[in-house]
Design a binder for this molecule. Sequence first.
Ligand code: PRT
Ligand code: ZN
Length: 289
Amino acid sequence: METSTSLRIAIQKNGRLTDKSIDLLENIGLRFDDYKNRLMVKCRNFDVELLLIRDDDIPEYVQDGVCDLGLVGANVTSEKVADVTVLKNLEYGYCRLSLAAPKNDGIKNPEDFEGKRIATSYPTLTQNYLQNNGITAKTVEISGAVEIAPTLDVADAICDLVSSGSTLRANGLSEIQPIFYSQTQLIKTNKVLSDEKEELISKFLIRIEGSQTAEKSRYIMMNSPKDSVDKITKIIPSLKSPTVLPLAENDLVAIHSVIPIKKFWSVMEQLKEAGATGIVILPIENMIL
Ligand code: PRT
Ligand code: ZN
């Protein structure tokens, strides 16, 4: 049963995902008044409201239909074993859940965790990994500052989120085995929603896809001698056929196209060799294919 007529989206109130989640929603055209220190924020231009809560609560709120959508790390949704649908990977908040142990403690491989006490905020994911790999170990559930558990002798090792690895290093721990790779995801309730909400969700999904493609693409412009156009357009790894425009100078044309950013540097040299000059690269705000 629906609990709200507005589409309700849960995001993290105050943490690593908050600003990026708001950026993503603004990027797809939603406008909000100041969201800092608020629990609920109405969207100015759509029938949408944001619920700002702890990330740990998001999967359950979405599962129970209190919120229709949620933006939350896959690590949290999987740990809570929430009954929700993952609509999209959102490509931020990347991290991994890893088994780690104090350096020089003789723990070098996953098997070495046998019989150890492992401190973690992710007991379910940790036990799943251990059981799937035939390792028997005790998990000690800790809600924060897991990395100091071995120093305090609360545990022999840990299983915690890692991104750069500097927290592990600073605490004299070695990463032994990543057990779960995570990023922020858009999750949806499995409760039945109104047609209006479903339509709005489809619209937002298309916009998110557009914005993700735009982020990975660049608009490229260059000048080319007329007789090099064939060669140059073959080099451009374009999404569509490039646009070729006449220029005031008769023997030159302008070529415009959209290319994947990761291909840019590899084609740059080839374009220059083929005679392209004045190559300009511009970011793209959004793109609907
Ligand atoms: O208050 P609330 O419960 O909402 O927030 P929280 O403290 O539980 O979560 P928060 O804001 O720290 O993280 C939110 C989400 O960000 C996580 O659930 C992950 O999906 C994602 N994320 C991405 C991370 C990290 N990277 C990360 N590095 N979450 C936590 N960390 C911590 C990690 O626990 C460790 O303490 O950062 C430290 C390690 O970082 P490095 O860079 O030193 O390896
Ligand atoms: Zn949390």
